[in-house]
Design a protein around this ligand. Structure first.
Ligand SMILES: Cc1cc2nc3c(=O)[nH]c(=O)nc-3n(C[C@H](O)[C@H](O)[C@H](O)COP(=O)(O)O)c2cc1C
Length: 200
């Protein structure tokens, strides 16, 4: 089959796009507003986009609090999510008034970051503290909804020592949660090693 994503003429029960680019890592984005109130929400339009310097992006489908806070303060933290935090992650995606703190709502504790004012999520396996490098406007949706990509320069990396083993990150032990299509998720619990051509 083939379809034009603008027409959405795919003939399937649900739009298939987000079931194709899988699994998507989840950036659990913590920010503060100009009054210093914390905000937290998951974003699966999220990834590492450069390693030297370390840079990540998350994209907002619509003008949401995380985007507004990044515009106002120039900072955010991208926390990685373990499947042990699945319910809290999901709770933090609820549509709540800006004054409601998602940390409290989801039963989570904020922990002090070292290089930004936004707190990281205590208990997350790793957290990437970021300064906003750029906010790139993406084409609006057909309904006129604003879409924007927030590019962040990583200024500090927290890793829970529990996941360091023999000088490496124990990737399977983190049990990272990833987003798939529809209402589906995946758990990263099995990795395998492959050397690149010419590598010892
Ligand atoms: C697993 C998951 C991934 C999500 N990914 C995105 C995303 O990439 N972009 C987006 O705009 N919303 C995404 N959402 C929805 C937001 O989390 C939700 O709209 C949230 O209320 C936004 O909060 P905020 O206004 O505090 O930023 C996702 C939700 C879930 C549960």
């Amino acid at each position: 089959m083939f379809y034009d994503p603008l027409s959405q003429d795919h003939g399937l029960r649900h739009t298939p796009l987000k079931a194709l680019v899988i699994p998507r890592p989840i950036g659990w984005i913590s920010t503060v507003n100009t009054q210093g109130q914390a905000n937290l929400a998951p974003y699966s339009f999220f990834n590492l986009v450069c390693d030297a310097p370390a840079m990540v992006q998350f994209s907002s489908s619509g003008e949401k609090d995380s985007l507004r806070n990044c515009e106002a303060t120039g900072e955010f933290v991208a926390n990685l999510v373990s499947t042990r935090q699945t319910q809290a992650m999901n709770a933090s995606s609820a549509l709540l008034p800006p004054e409601v703190n998602e940390f409290d709502y989801a039963g989570l504790s904020p922990a002090r970051s070292q290089s930004v004012a936004a707190p990281r999520v205590a208990g997350a396996p790793a957290s990437l503290e970021c300064k906003v490098h750029d906010i790139i406007e993406l084409p609006s949706s057909q309904a006129g909804r604003r879409n924007a990509m927030v590019l962040g320069l990583v200024t500090g990396i927290y890793i829970d020592d529990a996941y360091i083993k023999d000088g490496m990150v124990d990737q399977e032990a983190m049990l990272l949660l990833a987003r798939c299509g529809y209402r589906d998720y995946a758990q990263v619990d099995k990795v395998f090693e492959l050397s690149r051509p010419g590598e010892a």
